[in-house]
Design a protein around this ligand. Sequence first.
Ligand SMILES: [Zn+2]
Length: 252
Amino acid sequence: MNIAEVLGLPQLLQVKKIVCVEPHPDDNEVGAAGTLRELALRGCEIVYITVTDGRAGGSSRVPQTADIVQIRKKERAEAGRIVGVSKQIALDFPDMGDYTEQDLLAKLIPIIREERPDMLLTVDPWMPYEAHPDHIKTGKAVAAAMLFSANTFLYPDANPYTVPQIAFYATAHPNTYIDVTPHWQRKIEAILAHESQFGDAQWPMLQMYLEYHASQLYATWKQATPGAEGYAEAFKVLTGQQLHFFPAALHS
Ligand SMILES: [Zn+2]
């Protein structure tokens, strides 16, 4: 049974407004830039929320004395412009800081109530072997925000809102594939806008990995068509109902 279909909810590429919550500046591009570009071209309003300031993401390309937080802010703005993002919100928690999932949840709920998206997008915190605390806290807080953005007992507000659907990128259990072949070069361009993070000696290897992974996803998706070639991004899309006491969500 497809719950989204039963509820009459739009498919990923049909949504009119999406709020994309990334742990660090650059995660939305690596995880979903091709899909977001397609959505932008279809007239979808795209709002970014960046949870941390990215201060732990210095690299050999950036001098120790540089203001990495300011550099990453500029890079994020440019990457968003390349993708076609309408609005960017920075929560400025310290990268790898000791903020809690609850702290983040309390920040997210008023923004979600204000923006009222058809769908949330974020990292999958349940990806096996995901070890980065910012990714785990972000994914879980966004999922919890789905459950509590309509709850005025816990978070009093005159403007409660229920987000109908959530999509996770970097997921090990995808149920939705998007053909991003036409947007692949733009995705790479958006990733490379994060100059302080990419484009160094390791970049060719990383680009090769991203292309291999996206072509594998495409082949998995199109397995009934031998020899089909292209690039795909993959997501786990769930309704709010599937985020609590719902073991079948794993296989949905
Ligand atoms: Zn990250």
